[in-house]
Design a protein around this ligand. Structure first.
Ligand code: FEO
Length: 397
């Protein structure tokens, strides 16, 4: 069955749209709109395959590729990143064409070997190395930690395409493939979620690498990512977004996250949100129960926020485990330039607040007030006091 899509005279998409993907990186990342594993076939005087697809789709990928081309006609394979969603179909493919050279970075070779334990015909490349394939030349640009040590980009002259692998991607399944065919709102929701959850820890490197690539002043017709849409209409727009996101991005937003046992901390959260709006109606306030709502969406909202308020009841001298899970996740994000305060209800000794403040400080947040505790269930006076705490928090920013 034909499954490929022709992008230009020379370049054909031969990837896999995964409509049913719900979790990625094991269970660490939610993918509410599926994803795609984009692989590209270039036909010039030489034939080149860029990246493959995730392991469960390896046979399907090779079968479809055979419908597109005699595998023996492939001169070079380029693997820009060894993670299994891109190198997963290599074993199935290399069974058919075992001697075909695989171009990758030196780290790529080690990591591909670490995953597949095969001595394939690796050709290692570094930034500035080129591969002449006929009318076009491919130029390699190492992009370590965008987002693995092995990651690289490939630029194709003539067609003016940047194959960017994970960078500029989104977990977003579309049949139409191009950014100008996608729902813009959905597309940018997924793009920022992807950046916030995957690339935030490496923001300094993202900024530096983009500036390095921009300095080359390469003409750019398309950015062909490895997930989600191909940026065809104004591809520079996603580069500009990445430069914004990589620069300690924040909007005029405060996110309130809480975990609650018997709703007391929830009532506090809602009263605090009300107080923030009373004090400064220009601030966007969003409220999430971390035990019930999607943690990756919450991380995205924290990424967009200038400050957060974190609340938890105290249980067994600690805070609740839903909050613990979120803190563990955001500790790795290395957020910068974000402020925080804590709140929560308690019944006995009430250590939760203090620990929460300590752990958010440990995750890089600046704790700006002492926080607010309520004994047992907040009555009306307590809820008014919570509103006041929200107002004071806004003033302290
Ligand atoms: Fe899409 Fe880092 O793999």
């Amino acid at each position: 069955m034909q499954a490929s899509k022709k992008l230009t005279e020379k370049v054909t998409w031969v990837g896999k749209v995964d409509w049913e993907l719900e979790r990625f990186h094991g269970d660490e990342l939610s993918t509410a709109r599926g994803s795609s594993y984009n692989s590209y076939l270039i036909r010039d005087e030489k034939v080149v395959l860029i990246d493959t697809v995730w392991l469960p789709y390896d046979k399907e990928f090779v079968r479809n590729l055979k419908d597109e081309i005699d595998l023996n006609d492939i001169d070079y394979i380029i693997i820009q990143h060894a993670e299994i969603d891109h190198s997963g179909a290599l074993p199935e493919l290399m069974r058919e064409i075992p001697d075909t050279p695989i171009y990758c970075t030196n780290n790529g070779k080690k990591i591909i070997q670490g995953h597949h334990h095969q001595e394939w015909n690796f050709v290692t490349v570094k930034t500035g190395d080129t591969l002449n394939i006929g009318e076009s030349t491919l130029t390699f640009v190492e992009a370590p930690m965008l987002h693995w040590p092995d990651t690289m980009f490939t630029y194709m002259s003539g067609e003016n395409i940047l194959f960017s692998n994970d960078a500029f991607g989104q977990h977003y399944a579309t049949e139409t493939l191009y950014n100008d065919k996608a729902d813009d709102c959905e597309l940018f929701e997924e793009a920022i979620k992807y950046y916030a959850n995957i690339l935030t820890p490496f923001s300094a490197l993202v900024k530096r690498k983009i500036e390095e690539v921009l300095a080359l002043e390469l003409p750019l017709n398309m950015i062909c990512t490895s997930h989600g849409v191909i940026w065809r209409d104004n591809p520079a727009q996603i580069i500009e977004k990445y430069l914004e996101w990589a620069d300690n991005y924040q909007e005029n937003q405060i996110t309130i996250v809480y975990d609650t046992m018997w709703n007391s901390t929830r009532l506090m959260a809602e009263a605090i949100a009300y107080g923030i709006q009373l004090e400064d109606p220009s601030v966007t306030v969003k409220v999430f129960n971390v035990a019930k709502q999607d943690k990756n969406d919450i991380v995205t909202e924290i990424f967009k926020s200038k400050a957060i308020l974190a609340g938890s009841a105290t249980i067994n001298s600690r805070y609740l485990s839903g909050m613990g899970s979120l803190i563990e996740m955001i500790r790795g994000m290395k957020f910068k330039n974000k402020k925080a305060a804590v709140f929560g209800s308690y019944g006995w000794s009430g250590e939760g607040n203090k620990l929460l403040a300590q752990d958010f400080a440990g995750a890089g947040f600046e704790i700006v007030t002492d926080g607010y505790r309520t004994l047992w269930v907040p009555d009306n006076d307590e809820l008014v006091a919570c509103q006041g705490f929200g107002r004071e928090f806004v003033r302290s920013l």
